[in-house]
Design a protein around this ligand. Sequence first.
Ligand code: URA
Length: 195
Amino acid sequence: MLDWEELIKECNNCRKCGLSNTRTNVVIGRGNPKATILLVGEGPGEQEDKQGLPFVGPAGKLLDLLLSALMFKEEDYYIANIVKCRPPNNRVPLDEEAEACLDYLRNQLLLIRPKIIVCLGSTAAKHIIGKDIKITQIRGQWVEKKGYWIMPTFHPAALLRDQSKKILMWEDFKKIKRKLDEIKQSYKGDYHDKR
Ligand code: URA
């Protein structure tokens, strides 16, 4: 396992797949590196590739709005993606690109040690929960795996295309907030020292 400094250096020099040929920046993550919640998207889009940060484009603005409306604090979460380099024209990452990149996400998981993982959309859910899942069937239901509480939900970009998903995603995030509050409660006054 690499520490943060080593991991960032390795990601920035990564040439493990073809996405490295077309990227502007490697997008590693943003948020609290000791967060209770790890949110995982698909891969950087145009804005993310330019700025080197995840979820800073239109889908990111919507995600931030949802998180702040439900009173999540910035210290509660860290945001990353299945692949750290932008797929051309925002296509879905190929399995071999995701496979090449997933060790970096696993390393991030070991460093952050979250209690909750949120899969934003089917690409994240497929690589984290199982390749045969259908996001419309499993979203909103907790999956317990390897000691993590995993919540699959829609990708915020799906909401931009289809407003009817808004209420469902809102419900999913309310469940996540409830779980976060339970976890905080279980640590009582020691929450900030829990590590
Ligand atoms: N969509 C994603 O899946 N990730 C980002 O970082 C931005 C848009």
